[in-house]
Design a protein around this ligand. Sequence first.
Ligand code: ATP
Ligand code: MG
Length: 327
Amino acid sequence: MPQIFSGIQPSGELHIGNYLGAVKNWVALQHKYAKSIFCIVDLHAITVQYDPDQLRVRRRDMAMSLLAAGIDPNVASLFVQSTVPEHTELTWLFNTVAPLGELERQTQFKEKAQRQESVSVGLLTYPVLQAADILIYRADLVPVGEDQVQHLELSRVIARRWNAHFGRGEDFFPEPQPMLTPARRIMGLDGQAKMSKSMGNTIGLMETTEQVWGKLRPAVTDPKRVKKTDPGTPEVCNIYHLHKAFSPAATVEHVARQCSTAGWGCIDCKKVLHENMELELTPIRRRAEELKAKPKAVDEALASGTASCTTLARETMREVRARMGID
Ligand code: ATP
Ligand code: MG
């Protein structure tokens, strides 16, 4: 029976890149698979500079946003990573089989290290903790955005190496595979880099209609469309990719035609996108407002996730310790 696991850092507000690349898929998959586990990975978020008080607030906000986006604690487990400390124990054990050279080659490490004054070992071993998160539940399917595909390759290497040393002839840990959505890489509004919580180039899921429009209006489009009369190339435009995620198929076709024939200007195109985004985001914002008034519901969801994941994680760790001779 395939098992789903995925995580998100409480490093800022949930944005439409996270939503389209991962979270929307989580919401759909939770009803298709018997067991899915979604984790707010606070121990990953502390691998770059952060503020402890802000982290507490962000962790809670992330839980609320995920529930508002449609994670159902009755069918899926939602919990905060640090509340199941077995993840860190397995990380240490995996550190003893993880290949240093491949960690140093990870794109995310190189990019995030560049932005830090001082680079911690934690940033380097980030993918080892990620492998532990997934494999402690022996999960084999991981719905993520494209930027996480390389980390998952490393999770498979770690699983293979551990199995070779300690598996007693069997594949104790499965080799987890990524599950991507069509919107696997949403670009930031500046058109320069992937939309990321830590880059300030996002549209937050909980932003108001006016805030969303305030960001969409100046967002970068096809750079070759300087004047309204210049025909555009939809495939190179982030706004077109957002249409593909938020607008009905007929609208997407219409948008492509209007862009490539210079029938519409970019503002016309953005207005239609904004309307379609509102249709999807309004109910999520409404649920978030309801949850704000019911903080106990959020606490209960997280506590029940921690309880069920603790049981599973402890089972795996018993077996892992025995096979590694540290029981
Ligand atoms: P940070 O800047 O702190 O790394 P982030 O926005 O990259 O934050 P993560 O918590 O690292 O978010 O990733 C959560 C999930 O969202 C992952 O599955 C990741 O692949 C996905 N994701 C992140 N950014 C995008 C994006 N721009 N497009 C599609 N998926 C994305
Ligand atoms: Mg990230």
